[in-house]
Design a protein around this ligand. Structure first.
Ligand SMILES: Nc1nc2c(c(=O)[nH]1)N[C@H]1C(S)=C(S)[C@@H](COP(=O)(O)O)O[C@H]1N2
Ligand SMILES: [Mo]
Length: 345
């Protein structure tokens, strides 16, 4: 661990939030997990601009001050990397070996994407928007460098809660989190929230770029070619207190954590402290795109090893599987977490 995050790879920077560092709903900026495919671009906010082109009536070139002058909103949004929990898969799969800290929450401020789309005038043939980050692979001979690029269906992109964000918890975005401008797509796994945004292209056909069709798909070796795109975050609860391996005294134990779902509101969290599932108390008012804290107090009568588990259910009736659903690229593993602790007399 260096500083506030657990570093998984230093170049490019991939680092997760220690679970015990999550306290309030908001994750402080310096503790927000970082997921980057390429070197972090150091951009100059004065010379940077965003271009909007393709199937639009007016091509736009917007500077940061143009964007800051448009109507803005602030939304509290939880971002979770689709690979969060990958380290728990067996057999192991390639990719960043995230435990459960590739999830964090911030209040994002920016311009609803629709405001910009309305100014550009989207043509009726438009089907998808392609968002391109400025970051890219190192140049290879002859081949074009690969950019981080992702698309969204036009209906998803027109949701007024999709933001072109320039601030995070009241501060300008930091370089690691996408300065000067990033997309925020609430409820979708983090890959949709393209950082260091440079270009938006409106298109009438499905985007087939590397990060759209080769990555961020649930690829199952057994099913051959079929691959389902990764979209919204599956329902999940995490236990942040106590921590794995903690030694606690017999008696009253408080179990705390967070729960979220990209498919609806959290309706229930249950905790098993070794003697069956009990319903935990949900804290905070529900917010449409943010996780919710929960807690359960339970008497532990016997000394010894206890396996704590928590599982969440959303208002669509989705809950968590006990075992991970293994897939080749290790995405969307929302299986129930197990936290072993030791109880002493
Ligand atoms: N341009 C660009 N955008 C990106 C990425 C990236 O590598 N490049 N990573 C994506 C992934 S996989 C995730 S989970 C989130 C992480 O955002 P954060 O680093 O602010 O936590 O950014 C997304 N946006
Ligand atoms: Mo991610």
């Amino acid at each position: 661990m260096t500083g506030d995050l657990v570093v998984r790879t230093a170049t490019p920077l991939n680092a997760e939030t220690p679970l015990a560092a999550q306290v309030g709903i908001i994750t402080p900026n310096e503790r927000f997990y970082v997921r980057s495919h390429f070197a972090v671009p150091r951009l100059d906010g004065d010379s940077w601009f965003l271009s909007v082109s393709g199937l639009v009536k007016h091509h736009l070139t917007l500077t940061l001050s143009d964007i800051r002058r448009l109507p803005s909103r602030s939304l509290v949004v939880t971002l979770e990397c689709a690979g969060n929990g990958r380290a728990m898969l067996a057999p192991p799969v390639e990719g960043e070996q995230w435990q459960l800290g590739a999830v964090s929450t911030a209040e994002w401020t920016g311009v609803p994407l629709v405001e910009v789309l309305d100014r550009a005038g989207v043509e009726t043939a438009a089907r998808e928007l392609v968002f391109r980050g400025v970051d890219h692979s190192a140049a290879r001979r002859k081949a074009e460098p690969l950019h981080f690029e992702r698309s969204l269906p036009i209906e998803s992109a027109q949701d007024p809660d999709v933001l072109l964000a320039y601030a995070m918890n009241g501060e300008p975005l930091t370089p690691n989190h996408g300065f000067p401008l990033r997309l925020i797509v609430p409820r979708w796994y983090g890959m949709a929230s393209v950082k260091w945004l440079g270009h938006i292209t409106v298109s009438d056909r499905p985007f087939t770029g590397y990060f759209q069709t080769d990555r961020y798909v649930i690829a199952d070796a057994k099913k051959g070619g079929e691959a389902e795109p990764v979209t919204r975050a599956r329902v999940r609860a995490i236990i942040t207190e106590p921590e794995r391996g903690d030694i606690v005294r017999r008696g009253e134990l408080v179990v705390r954590g967070y729960a979220w779902s990209g498919y609806g509101e959290i309706t229930q969290v249950e905790v098993d402290a070794g003697s069956g599932w009990r319903v935990a108390r949900l804290l905070d008012e529900p917010q449409p795109h943010a996780w919710r804290r929960w807690e359960l107090t339970k008497r532990i009568e016997k000394a010894g090893r206890v396996l704590l588990r928590a599982r969440a259910t959303d208002d669509n009736g989705h809950t968590q599987p006990e075992q991970p659903s293994w897939n080749r690229l290790g995405y969307a593993n929302n299986c129930v977490q197990t936290v072993p602790i030791e109880v002493f007399d």
